[in-house]
Write a new protein. Sequence first.
Length: 282
Amino acid sequence: MPKASKALAEQFTNSAEQQQRQRQENEARAQAQATAAQKVAEKTAKAAADRYARKMKKAFGPYKKDIEPLVGALRSLPPNKDGLEFFVRADTHINDRFSDRPEVKSISMWLIYSEAAPDGLKQTGCETHGLYMPKKPHAMKTAPAPLTAWPYGAEPAQEENQDILISDNPVLHLRLEQTDGKEAIIQSHRYTESYHYAPNSRRPGAYRGDYACSNHIHDKREHQQLQEFISVIAAWVSDVAPERIHEVRAALENREAAQQASTLQETVTVLRPLTVHKRPKP
């Protein structure tokens, strides 16, 4: 090979290899920076989520202590022989977006005793409630469904929803709203939901296609404490499903026993093994 050609080949090869090494170094540096940035973002997100969880726990401590176990017990019961079961939706929210306004926290709960609508039900506008309910774990997931927050709106969650068939049983609605520094507004009422055919209606209200919604509200009450929701829920259960009162009690007792067992398991410490000392020879 002529001397000039060999020098050109070496120059080309060295330059190409240098560019390749530089590119690899840049890619490795960029990858390391991206990994570090991702770790920082994950750490920041976790810290924010932890702060949010602590804030929610503090804000809704009485609810989680006194109401949530009852909600969980109702929701855990399977359908009866007629397919009727308890559905519960509980949304919690803290409005603290405005620095110049007091913080507002709220709880809205709906309890329904009815049947889950079959997936893919072709509705004409009057078969199901207007309110979605979280799909239970035992429900068949044969079709995609809308998403909502559950449990209890504590954090955004990818929980499937389902429609609930309208029944003659009243829906129980419980509500709490408290502005920081003021007394809480605590209310409850029952309502029955129905739809009637009203094509081309111009009257204000809620509609599903040509069907207009009617809610008959009754048994409205004001409450002093959140704990009064327990007796309100108990009275509703005794009216819509009196034969299941003992099932609810058993579910509550089983839940408490499971929590106590879990707590006991966490607090029991393993004893240190015995140390055996050899007897000295005489």
